[in-house]
Design a protein around this ligand. Structure first.
Ligand code: MG
Ligand code: MG
Length: 267
């Protein structure tokens, strides 16, 4: 097999992805407005899809590889790829909401983990470590650095905190396709992997476990959960590598504005 091509993007392409990132952030904010105890994950999916389509976008995940919904919603021990359905959220749950927006021929991809009601201190610590590691990864996304530098930043920070790093799922390039080269693992060695260049766009998405790092796939062929059923967290940004440093093209700003207004806990 030949090496997969990494498509470098022009400044105009970055702006298109950034605009999609704004739609995505606002779709997540619609989720943030209603998420809470007693709501089903299906309802969150509906609200996000409606918002994205109202903005002239298409939910990237819907029908991708046959996925049946617009959001991946992953509760507690589910790491990623949870299918929205009739599950009712309850006090103490954590909920990863992963969203993609496609418009004007480009995708944006971003995930956020929400808290339902009162979440245990040790789970908040897990979320905090995961989210901080996302930004450490982003800081390492520099022209001339290698993908392994991003991977190492994420892995070393979380493992130092005693958490597990999921190996089976990785970040990825983003562009005309949701999943492009290169792969962006959350584990690895400094100085390894493809060299980062101006115009590279990557989704950086640490998936971090409270217990052991091992995961299994449920019988629905989608849901990935921890083998030991301990909780997992997931945050994701789509990021451009540029000569002026990492440029985050998605945003948590709209989400956190809503969560602050609602007086809800987040890290
Ligand atoms: Mg995603
Ligand atoms: Mg992704």
């Amino acid at each position: 097999m030949g090496k997969k091509v990494i498509y470098l993007k022009t400044p105009e392409e970055l702006e298109t992805i950034r605009q999609n990132g704004v739609i995505l952030g606002k779709a997540q904010a619609e989720v943030a407005k209603i998420i809470g105890e007693g709501i089903t994950t299906k309802k969150l999916d509906e609200i996000a899809e409606e918002y994205i389509r109202d903005q002239g976008g298409v939910p990237s995940f819907k029908n991708l590889y046959g996925f049946p919904a617009s959001l991946c919603i992953s509760v507690n021990e589910v790491v990623v790829h949870g299918i929205p359905g009739n599950r009712v959220l309850k006090n103490g749950d954590i909920v990863s909401v992963d969203c993609g927006v496609f418009k004007n021929n480009y995708h944006a991809d971003s995930a956020y983990t929400y808290c339902i009601g009162e979440v245990k201190r040790e789970i908040l610590d897990l979320l905090d470590s995961t989210k901080k590691s996302l930004y450490f990864g982003i800081e390492s996304a520099k022209v001339g650095n290698r993908i392994g530098d991003v991977s190492f930043a994420i892995q070393s920070f979380n493992e130092r905190n005693g958490y597990g790093i999921v190996r089976e799922l990785v970040g990825h390039g983003v562009g005309r396709k949701l999943h492009e080269a290169p792969e962006v693992p959350n584990f690895g060695k400094r100085g390894n992997g493809p060299k980062m260049q101006n115009g590279m766009v990557i989704a950086i998405e640490p998936m971090v476990t409270q217990g052991k790092r091992f995961v299994i796939q449920e019988q629905d062929q989608w849901t990935i959960r921890t083998e030991d059923k301990m909780f997992a967290a997931h945050y994701e940004h789509t990021v451009a590598v540029t000569n002026n440093g990492a440029d985050i093209l998605t945003t948590f700003e709209y989400i956190e504005e809503v969560l602050t207004k609602r007086n809800l806990i987040f890290v």
